[in-house]
Design a protein around this ligand. Structure first.
Ligand code: ZN
Length: 114
């Protein structure tokens, strides 16, 4: 099971690299990595209750428990530190990344803005 997951990750990276090498015109057809049913942990490896489907994950704000949603990808809401999901109640900022060291796991990063 673990070997298959590693192979799938490697295949995704190869497809992504091929598309990037093909130039910007090919970016419209970039495959979206699915994170359906992936686990989620925070920066301290604590499990985060979540609902992960397609390339998005719903979770509770780490600060106030308000519902939040983040989507994988550099141009997506909650996909990078530059484009974080922002809690609509307390404005806490979060983003997700695939954990390359742990199969089928998303890591949730969070920061406070003053
Ligand atoms: Zn909040």
């Amino acid at each position: 099971m673990m070997a298959l997951e590693v192979i799938q990750s490697q295949a995704f990276i190869e497809v992504w690299s091929a598309i990037r090498n093909a130039g910007r015109d090919a970016l419209d057809c970039v495959p979206v990595m699915t994170i359906t049913d992936f686990s989620c942990v925070d920066e301290r490896d604590r499990p985060v209750p979540r609902d992960a489907i397609d390339s998005s994950v719903a979770f509770s704000c780490p600060r106030c428990a308000h519902p939040m949603l983040a989507t994988l990808g550099t141009d997506q809401h909650g996909g990078t530190p530059e484009r974080p999901a922002r809690c609509r109640k307390c404005r806490f900022e979060c983003w997700i990344e695939v954990d390359r060291l742990t199969p089928q796991t998303i890591r949730l990063f969070a920061r406070s803005i003053s």
